[in-house]
Design a protein around this ligand. Structure first.
Ligand SMILES: [Zn+2]
Length: 473
């Protein structure tokens, strides 16, 4: 057994090392008298002040952590893993099979982006360090992947001395889980970490399982202060496509590579099947989105236990609305710029912080015939948020580009539960927890959900501060 640099506490505690009063950098450290387990190991994203936090020393020596349990593959939950391994973490990383498959795509890509950022800083000479180094490299990401252990849903697995975990479906993206930890002791303690929760109406995934009995639940609050529009609000999507086509324009959709692309393709397929939109070329222009699409196709074809039983894949590729064009290479991506007939372009990243969507936005934003659809959460400080808030111009690829295209905000496509859906998930628990900690949300959203939990469910609820440490009773 490894000797840790700092002593273990005499009773189990949770330390909020990230994802506290912010939507990124989810990291919750559970320390028991015999083990140290990290639930999620996310990258901070968005505002520069947040991104700089990725460079701070990890609050405990990574070599002293016995195991990581990962809720899902999104980078704000998984993206710091390569850095943790680079800094000496040697334990196993427990995740569901689909999360592992998606991390094989997401983490090396993140390493590649870190290397590109460092190379860019070196070219521009604006790094304090010479030469600027990446937070981690693609090779570091591959090393982190070697530490993954795939676990099945619902199975109880011992992940560290005296700590076992059960992964329950979260219905958010493929592989996503809420993790229930059981900690040996007198009395034993139980803790549930929600990860991100889906909406219960995902077109492919089974809805979230109810949380098991727990002393404390950590719940996400991305949309903790909002209600999503009624499902019929996706009519706005159909209408926007028709308006754009009538103007002779095209639709650009910055979409999160994992899951949002699939949800949008399924919606487009439905609109085509019902004859509600014309037969348009639909480009998916993101190597990562296409790789993730492959994982979804496999999961559907093999009918894994997280896919809805009624999800029919009988009529060929379930994700092809009819004229799906996959742009794998950069030449294929650039060729889309020459497409002057109405088309739909789905490209990453989802908040327009990087990736191929930047050149599509630079190309299509200045033309009022086009429409930009924002189907997901746009964190503060991102170009996506600027567009959502009505910016007249945004900086893309080193220059300011005027925003003349129509901008359509479509939170109805969110794969995050809204306030009522989060409350309903908590209320479905076998027994109410003694306390709820509201995490993974901007301060207003977290506070608002926390108040609603106390008022409507009668359960004590707290929004923990960053770095705060609490005992598990
Ligand atoms: Zn997520």
């Amino acid at each position: 057994m490894r000797v840790s640099a700092t002593p273990h506490p005499s009773v189990p505690i949770v330390r909020f090392l990230g994802g506290a009063r912010t939507v990124t950098g989810s990291r919750f450290l559970v320390e028991t008298p015999s083990a140290r387990v990290l639930v999620d190991c996310g990258l901070f994203q968005g505002e520069k002040e947040l991104r700089l936090r990725n460079w701070r020393d990890f609050p405990v020596p990574p070599s002293s952590i016995d195991a990581v349990a990962l809720t899902h593959a999104h980078v704000d939950h998984s993206g710091y893993l390569p850095a943790l391994v680079k800094q000496g973490f040697e334990g196993p990383i427990f995740a569901t099979r689909s999360t592992l498959e998606l991390c094989r795509i997401v983490l090396p890509d993140s390493g590649h982006l870190q290397e590109e950022d460092a190379a860019y800083a070196n070219r521009k000479g604006y790094s304090k360090h010479a030469p600027a180094l990446p937070l981690y490299s693609e090779a570091d990401a591959l090393r982190a992947l070697e530490r993954f252990c795939a676990v099945a849903f619902d199975e109880e697995v011992e992940i560290a001395a005296g700590v076992s975990a059960r992964f329950r479906r979260a219905g958010h993206i493929l592989g996503s889980a809420a993790i229930a930890l059981s900690i040996d002791g007198n009395p034993p303690r139980r803790l549930v970490v929600s990860g991100d929760l889906g909406r219960g109406n995902h077109p492919v995934l089974r809805p979230a399982d109810p949380p098991p009995e727990a002393d404390a639940i950590l719940i996400e609050s991305t949309y903790g202060d909002r209600l999503h529009p009624h499902p019929t609000a996706v009519v706005a999507f159909e209408e926007a496509i028709l308006r754009t086509v009538a103007r002779g324009g095209s639709v650009v959709i910055p979409a999160f590579a994992v899951d949002r692309t699939e949800v949008i393709l399924l919606e487009l397929k439905r609109l085509r099947r019902e004859g509600r939109i014309p037969d348009l070329p639909i480009y998916v222009d993101s190597p990562m989105a296409l790789a993730a699409l492959g994982v979804y196709r496999n999961a559907v074809a093999s009918r894994t236990d997280e896919v809805l039983a009624e999800f029919a894949s009988a009529d060929g590729d379930p994700f092809d609305p009819g004229r799906l064009i996959e742009a794998h290479g950069t030449a294929e991506s650039r060729a889309i710029n020459q497409q002057h007939f109405p088309c739909i372009i789905i490209s990453a990243s989802g908040m327009a912080t990087g990736g191929r969507v930047l050149h599509h936005l630079a190309n299509r934003l200045p033309d009022p015939r086009n429409t930009i659809v924002l189907p997901g959460f746009q964190a503060s400080g991102t170009r996506g948020r600027s567009l959502q808030e009505g910016a007249h111009s945004i900086k893309l690829l080193g220059r300011y580009v005027p925003v003349r295209a129509e901008i359509l905000d479509l939170p109805a496509f969110s794969v995050h539960a809204d306030r009522d859906e989060l409350l309903a998930w908590l209320a479905s628990a076998e027994k109410p927890p003694e306390i709820v900690y509201v995490v993974h949300g901007e301060p207003e959203a977290a506070e608002s959900l926390s108040n609603a939990i106390e008022r409507e469910l009668g359960v004590p609820s707290v929004v923990p501060r960053d770095g705060e440490c609490v005992r598990l009773r």
